[in-house]
Ligand binder design. Sequence first.
Ligand code: SF4
Length: 529
Amino acid sequence: MNGHPERSEGSQPGSPPFAARSDGQPAVLEPSRAAEATAPGKIRCEACPVLCQISPGKLGACDRYANVDGTLTRTDTLQLVARPGTNLVAWQAAQDGAWDGSLLGASTEADAPVFVTGNGATTTYPDYKPAPFIVASRHDGVDLVTVVTEGIFSYCSFKVKVDTDRFLGPEQATVRHRGEAVGHVSTIEYGSQFLSLGGVHHLTGGSKKEGRVACEMMMALGNREPVEFVIDGGATVIVAADRAPVVDGVEEKRMRVGCGSAAIGIFAPQWLGLVDEVVVVDDHITGVLSEHQAGRFLDMPATGIRLRGRRSTPGRYFQVAQPGAGWGGTDITDPLAIVEGWEADRGARPGLRLLMVSTTGEDSAWFVLDDDLVPRPAEMPRAVARVVERIGENCEPSLCSVLYVAGAGGSLRAGVTENPIALTRSIRKLLVEVTCGGAPVYLWPGGGITVMVDVAKMPAKSFGSVPTPAIVSPIEFTMRESDYRALGGHMGQVRRLEDVLAGGGWRVEGAAAGNPWPPGAVARGSEWP
Ligand code: SF4
């Protein structure tokens, strides 16, 4: 393609794309027709319900298709993932017809060195058309079929894990992007705050602008770009997959070693003899060493400390302060703000040594009680500072994990088989391996085909969108050729891998580190994750 075509607006169809036959069946079952010229020089894209009419040299409304010299052209090429160990340079050099894999009964025993992903595969619409690529290949000596498409998902969202102690916002608070509601704050997990972002409610249930902004946000998040969110009653946070979160302009460094009680439990023996009291400040469970079972077990005497908040069990306090961006995810910057007082008849005495520290070790202070039992700041002994440093050493780097959830249990299945429920059942029986851009997915239990995948495991730029609005993302279904036939697959549309390769218009890349070879499990007949 020469140059980058300009975008043209989507438009409604001038006439229905398919006429019904007298028996009520669609006149065109397969394959997709060539793009139809609807005005001089224009061609109509039928890859989604928008049905753009694209002028020469211009892009469709989604930027994914263009009119290149009168031909509807996908602006990306089909992406292949190389089998680990494949010498890509040598293999690509041999792509002049020399490789002859054994496919659907062909003569040789060669295993396919590549896996066809949905990236750049194009989309078929309406749904009953067979998927754009139904590819036969041999893996580990087994004849397989992979059904490949760029699915259009209205039902999809992102579950984001943000490793931070800082208060992002109240649970259920609205998360906004460019002023529009695009999600909500979910639960706090161990050292992390979860956000639920996107989803059909925001794509279709609000204003047109909300749907557009939500869709753009989702596409960027899936493509691992940084996205800024403002949370009602909370913080401004910048999220990008596999990168540290930025909360109110500060990049988060450490993920906590544990809650305050856990930190006491871990480090109590290392403090023994160096301190009289330790308070690990935490928004959820603040720990007090002398009262905690860990301190009792080490025969540490009581110190008479009185803490704010609600005592849950000995040495474990809830709600010592408000949530915030201060010590241990609380709003305090002065740790003594959570100490109500000291009781001499319960062990408080002049000279008592007190360490206060946060759950990441980033904040710490050393005090000694004076004659009036008032804690006075003092220089922290080196041996105590070393244990504080060890808390930091045991923290992991803070990251954002972005998981994409998509429902493939709907009409997309018709591109695989004429009997969609057969696909769902075959997936349940582990006869079909589902991947997204070659990346392994988690299949949610229960009905439908709801998959969840780490976008960091997917190829870069795997996500697109159409202005309906909906997200476009790759999905592949791989199964034994005999199983594909049995579930009513579109056998007439199966193409040999070498024929796909001979057609050109593809690129090959290595799989993301740690990804299993996609067809491996189904070829072996073993369970896939
Ligand atoms: S939005 Fe994209 S996929 Fe949909 S019709 Fe237009 S060019 Fe085709």
